[in-house]
Design a protein around this ligand. Structure first.
Ligand SMILES: [Zn+2]
Length: 109
């Protein structure tokens, strides 16, 4: 599967979910993890969110990792991807999951 065959681009605010293989998430089997695909030589197994970021913004800067601003691991919309430090990635995700999402779910059940 080529990268562009794995998802349907939509409007920028929406998540473009990878439809191919994703990593399992042992913490929550209901949710899908990061997308994966093989390059055209079938040798390198690539994480789709990193690839999507690089297509739009260029190589991921040394030492940074790609954060999903939408907290949706299979999403490959480059507008939802940001290169951040591991520390900031962890902090942002932790705050989002612990404080923001429960509030949103309480307000809009
Ligand atoms: Zn998204």
């Amino acid at each position: 599967m080529e990268f562009h065959e794995g998802f349907t681009p939509g409007i920028p605010s929406e998540c473009w979910e990878w439809q191919g293989k994703t990593e399992d998430r042992s913490s929550n089997p209901q949710k899908r993890g990061y997308g994966r695909f093989y390059d055209k030589h079938g040798k390198r197994n690539i994480r789709t969110h990193r690839y999507a970021y690089e297509q739009q913004h260029g190589p991921v800067p040394q030492g940074l990792e790609i954060d999903h601003l939408c907290d949706n691991p299979p999403c490959v919309n480059p507008k939802h991807l940001k290169a951040v430090t591991h520390s900031n990635n962890w902090k942002r995700t932790h705050i989002l999951r612990k404080y923001i999402l429960p509030l949103v779910h309480a307000l809009f059940p």
